[in-house]
Design a protein around this ligand. Sequence first.
Ligand SMILES: Nc1ncnc2c1ncn2[C@@H]1O[C@H](COP(=O)(O)OP(=O)(O)OP(=O)(O)O)[C@@H](O)[C@H]1O
Ligand SMILES: [Mg+2]
Length: 432
Amino acid sequence: MTQSYVMIVDDNPTNLKLLEDMLLQQGHEVRSFPLGRLALAAATQHPPDLILLDITMPEMSGFEVCERLKADKKLGEIPVIFLSALNETQDKVRAFVSGGVDYITKPFEFGEVEARVETHLQLRRAHQVERDLLERQLSQARRLELIGQLAAGVIHEINTPVQFIGDNGKFLEDSFRDLFTVLQCSEKIASSKNDEELSARLAELGPVLKNVDIDYLCEEIPQAIGQLLEGVDTIARIVGSMKEISHPGQEKETMAEIRRIIENAVLVSRSEWKYCAEVTTDFEPDLTVSCLAGELTQVIVNLTVNAAHAISDVVKGTGAKGTITISTRRNGSFAEIRIEDTGTGIPEATRQHVFDPFFTTKDVGKGTGQGLALAHSVIVQKHGGKVAFETEMGVGTTFVIQVPLESSESLDVLSPGPESLRISPAALHASL
Ligand SMILES: Nc1ncnc2c1ncn2[C@@H]1O[C@H](COP(=O)(O)OP(=O)(O)OP(=O)(O)O)[C@@H](O)[C@H]1O
Ligand SMILES: [Mg+2]
């Protein structure tokens, strides 16, 4: 049986002890609280898998505790089983209305409590598996959509180096044809058997050399080879970056240099920003984190594209360009990435919604409202980091991402997570 963490809230110490012993024997991790207030605080720090909740308690009734839990985004899904001596139908109804999943009447039978606890834990596990699957499918769909969105631009970006690889290749082909003629003449001269043959072949070389500008070729050929290799390198980098983004569901964190992730993201999103903005970067040297590199690249692409759209709304039709500044630095135990734009800014009324899934102010085809929801899920849920923004209308917006320098996978799952895991995006915004 998988170990689950069950919280018991009851003001009666005898009940607490009995239930605690029973659940401990079942192999669960158990914590008991005599007051709703204490239980709520502890649940926020370390959410349990299930709560057994008494109704009649001093300070705060079980109903109120349950309502508060249900109102909290992070705690709302924890199943609550009420345990009460109240046996009126209206109490049971109120228990379900306040969000309880089950009701056990005191005095309770061990077998019954055990069976109900097990059933609800199993249901919760099944629900979590289903939700994880859905989340993975959604994230995969979003990944494919992003690749589709970038594809046209990426093809264009690849087309330019392909063209100059082709041009330089053609130039090298012509140059070498001329050089081969010279070489063949020289070879014949070298193998002349007598003076007569030598002077005849030297006479042949004269017109050949007239048609071939050796100095010009000596200067141009190395440059053409250099440009050709540069083109191949550009294509290789674009393909590598796209590969990183499209790599499906890379589950394991790897050590990655943040600089490389940002350079990849800037490269693949170039066609989205190059007409309206200059991108400048300022990297703290050697900033490496343990992360899901593909997903982090996706987040930076989303934020860069958002910045480009906001700038485009400002400079549209003026021919002017705005600026996107991406910088990194070490900030305490976090690696911090700031993406600053000189765009429109985010209006007061929309600030609290920008991280909501499917919230968009863009036209159909330009945005689906998933970019920031994905960024939030990747940074906060998957990396135990933080994402927030500062914005001023008419000045611009800065998105700030913080990723823990220490791997989130190495954190003890049952220990209280980093503060950010429990802060809503809106609260984070307010905190900046
Ligand atoms: N840098 C920014 N400047 C101004 N507004 C922004 C900025 N970033 C996001 N927004 C606002 O937040 C909304 C939600 O952004 P989000 O990235 O989630 O979705 P989207 O860009 O509209 O669509 P998608 O990213 O799915 O293509 C945007 O529609 C926009 O109104
Ligand atoms: Mg977006």
